[in-house]
Design a protein around this ligand. Sequence first.
Ligand code: NAD
Length: 252
Amino acid sequence: MEFEGRVAVITGAANGIGRSCAELFIERGGSLVLGDIDLDEGLKLQAELGDRALFLEANVRDLAAIQALAAKAVNHFGGLDILVNNAAVALNGAVDEIDEDRWQTVIDTNLTGFWRAMKACVPHMRERGGGSIVNMSSVQGLRAFKGWPAYAAAKGAINALTVQTAADLAPAGIRVNAVAPGTIMTPMNEKIFAAMDDPSELIDRWNKAHPIGRFGYPNEVAETVAFLASDRSSFITGEILRVDGGLAIKGD
Ligand SMILES: NC(=O)c1ccc[n+]([C@@H]2O[C@H](COP(=O)([O-])OP(=O)(O)OC[C@H]3O[C@@H](n4cnc5c(N)ncnc54)[C@H](O)[C@@H]3O)[C@@H](O)[C@H]2O)c1
């Protein structure tokens, strides 16, 4: 019950990795304020998790909505200890093909959205005397994968933001770390497969790209997020922790 008495905000909580984090944090005693733009799945999750979870429709592209999410943690549960900065979109397109609107959507959601959540949550953590922020990065912030420049740029920037804010916020007792997953079977990837006539070749290639020989699962990422969010990692800050089945270390 490592999260008993702890209050966490999770963005992009209605599906995939965020949802898995919410389920694990509740299991371990936490109280949660969950934000997402997917109202239907968010309300289903709230019903599944019970009284210690509140869902709010909150778009990370809207600072006021994210500030309301953070304020809810304080007003309803009495404070805010943990931010899981997770909401993002997966939009590809080579650098000379992607249009400006698509580029801005990725950067505004996957980078500026993470800053908005930090801006909203950090003042409440300072009031509490400390906290832990876990930013959801990606192996794509560390290695090149053909055709994903905007997404990769945002994730690379999240790594830099993590290191910078870890140093800035350490005196306030706030630790900041990032998790860099490999390919994880979530709705984000299911949508990519669903848009293809025959995704079997891609699925096979992605599985084989991981030295462990398979995709990861959301609960494997959630376990790592829980470690970084909890006191078990009390001397770790500014770390980018890969959860990638060895994807980033593969040489051929
Ligand atoms: N699935 C993977 O292979 C993988 C790999 C590396 C990193 N990641 C990262 O993990 C995180 C979660 O990804 P996932 O695979 O669970 O994706 P997902 O699409 O399954 O879930 C993302 C959630 O974010 C929400 N969301 C999207 N835009 C939003 C916005 N503007 N405001 C609020 N919520 C919004 C979606 O509604 C959804 O519920 C993302 O940061 C992603 O970049 C995923």
